[in-house]
Structure formats: structure tokens, C-alpha cells
Design a protein around this ligand. Structure first.
Ligand SMILES: [Zn+2]
Length: 305
């Protein structure tokens, strides 16, 4: 039963020997497996070097469309704890959890106690829920609390060390919150015109600004709609808000077309849901990415002291 289930997840057959017989080819010393970059970074901030933390999504990959690999399942099964965003980003998570041994792997859905945004309040289809919770520093604090609570369960001996690190990091998130408050209270334009997919909804709501994207829904795996593109062009032409922010790793050409059409300038904005190989290798953190964003938002939205 278990085997059948597992095979249906990964979509192709995999030798039972590899799955259950031998784990020597995989990392057996992983303590915590996380799915995406912000969860990886948050977890590392709490554990420092006490526990080994692994990220499933390889740097340079996009999370919405990532297909879980057999080796990922092995890594997760061999870890003490598995941390994911929730069923709206890692759509494969529910099936995976079904085949995990609860006594072996502690599972944390970090959004379990957060109120998530729906595109349409009437319909609650999976793909209509915004999973990008980490872009809001206040929600990030709750994510930190959730991760801390679970880490203490797998390593109670070092609880005070983890608590202290979590507190320090929440102070950093609190400073980030103040930086965003300052930014959005002093910019001329209160709309983030984004050529990428809809990533900054929680940030926009937190600070009372608008966020527009030509994509329908919350995932980049669809094409932007013509109507949305027209609306964006109109918005740029009528408001004088002449900066289009773009995602470096997903379809920057959409933003480029918009810029050509309107004469707007382009600036990058990083959703931090995925990280480039270069940034990852250089040890760039979530906070680094957020402060880079603040600098670009200051330029693009006309910040005045
Ligand atoms: Zn996304």
C-alpha cells in the first residue's frame, strides 16, 4: 500500500531496493529538510551549526512548478524533520506526508496557523490561495515561532540556544518591518507594478500599498492575460509611475515588453521564494534580498525623506 502510494507520487517506477533497501547513496546525516529558500534560511538562523539543514529546491529552480525527485523523497525520509510552506506552494506535500512515518519525521506546515489570502473569497480552490507568506516580515515572525517550536521537539537539549537565536532574528525582522514602514510612507507612488507573477500580495496588504501583476492567480506557470497587460500599460501611462519591477529568474521578457511599450524603466525585485545559484553560493540571506528590494523600491517609487 505504502509502496504503491509512493510510486504514484513520483510518477515513474523506482526500484524498491533504492527506496527501502539501501540509503547509503543519500545523505543520512540531514537533520532538517526544508523545501524553499526562505524556510531554509529561517531554519539556519535558528539552528546555526547545531543541526544540518538541507534545501530541496535546487538554487536556480522555481518552486511552483518543481517536481519532487526520488532523491528528494529519500532525503526527507532520512531527516528528523520536514518543513514546507503549505499545500498551495508544495502541491505534492500532502501525498508525500501520507507515506512518511510520523514517528520518524516530524512534519511542519509553516502556514498552518496563518490566515492566507484567496484570490476570490467565494472560491477556495487550491490554486487561488497566495502562498507567498514570507515576503511579509510580520508573518515571517510567526513562521520563525513555528519553526522554533518544532526544532525544540527534535532537539530539546539545546532549546535555550535555539530560543535565543530565534529572538535575535525576530529583532532583525522587526527592523525590516520598520524599514518597510519608512519606505512606503515616504514614496510618491504607492503601487508596485510588477512584470513577474503575483508575489508581493502580503507585503502590499501589510503596508497599505497596491501590487499589480499581469499574471492571473499566484503561480508563474500561466501566461499573462492580454487584459491584464493592457491594464498595466494604462496604469503606467496614466499615473506617471514609470518603473516596472521584474523577476530575474522568471519571464523577464514580459516586463521588457511592458517597458518598451510604455518607456518605463526596469528594476529587479526579488520574491526570495527561490534563489540563484550565484547568490546561494555567496551566502546571500533572505534579509539581504529584502534590503536590496527596499533600495530598488526607493528608486522606482520615488522615495523622498
Ligand atoms: Zn511564487
Amino acid at each position: 500500500m505504502k509502496v504503491k502510494h509512493l510510486l504514484s507520487i513520483i510518477g515513474f517506477s523506482l526500484s524498491l531496493f533504492l527506496l527501502f533497501g539501501c540509503t547509503s547513496s543519500t545523505e543520512t546525516d540531514v537533520s532538517i529538510t526544508t523545501t524553499i529558500f526562505p524556510l531554509y534560511d529561517f531554519t539556519k538562523q535558528i539552528t546555526q551549526d547545531k543541526l544540518k539543514v538541507k534545501m530541496i529546491l535546487p538554487p536556480g529552480n522555481e518552486p511552483h512548478t518543481y517536481q519532487l525527485k526520488p532523491k528528494d523523497i529519500l532525503t526527507i525520509r532520512n531527516s528528523k524533520m520536514f518543513i514546507y510552506t503549505g499545500p498551495f506552494l508544495e502541491v505534492w506535500a500532502d501525498k508525500l506526508i501520507d507515506v512518511l512515518d510520523e514517528d520518524e519525521v516530524l512534519v511542519l506546515n509553516v502556514s498552518h496557523n496563518l490566515e492566507l489570502h484567496h484570490e476570490d473569497e467565494e472560491e477556495e480552490h487550491d490554486h487561488d490561495v497566495d502562498p507567498h507568506i514570507w515576503v511579509d516580515p510580520i508573518l515571517a515572525m510567526t513562521i520563525i515561532d513555528n519553526i522554533l517550536e518544532y526544532i525544540i521537539q527534535i532537539d530539546p537539549e539545546n532549546a535555550s540556544f535555539y530560543r535565543e537565536n530565534a529572538e535575535k532574528y525576530k529583532e532583525e525582522l522587526s527592523k525590516l518591518d520598520l524599514a518597510y514602514q519608512d519606505l512606503f510612507s515616504k514614496v510618491e507612488h504607492k503601487t508596485i507594478i510588477f512584470g513577474g507573477h503575483f508575489v508581493f500580495g502580503y507585503l502590499a496588504e501589510r503596508y497599505g500599498i497596491l501590487h499589480v501583476s499581469p499574471y492571473k492567480g499566484f503561480s508563474p506557470d500561466t501566461l499573462p492575460t492580454t487584459r491584464n497587460l493592457h491594464n498595466l500599460i494604462n496604469l503606467i501611462q496614466t499615473t506617471g509611475n514609470k518603473t516596472i519591477f521584474y523577476e530575474e529568474m522568471i519571464n523577464p521578457e514580459v516586463a521588457e515588453v511592458l517597458a518598451q511599450e510604455t518607456g518605463a524603466k526596469l528594476l529587479p525585485l526579488n520574491g526570495a521564494g527561490y534563489i540563484s545559484k550565484k547568490d546561494f553560493d555567496e551566502g546571500v540571506t533572505y534579509l539581504d534580498l529584502m534590503y536590496q528590494n527596499i533600495e530598488n523600491l526607493k528608486k522606482g517609487l520615488n522615495y523622498h525623506e
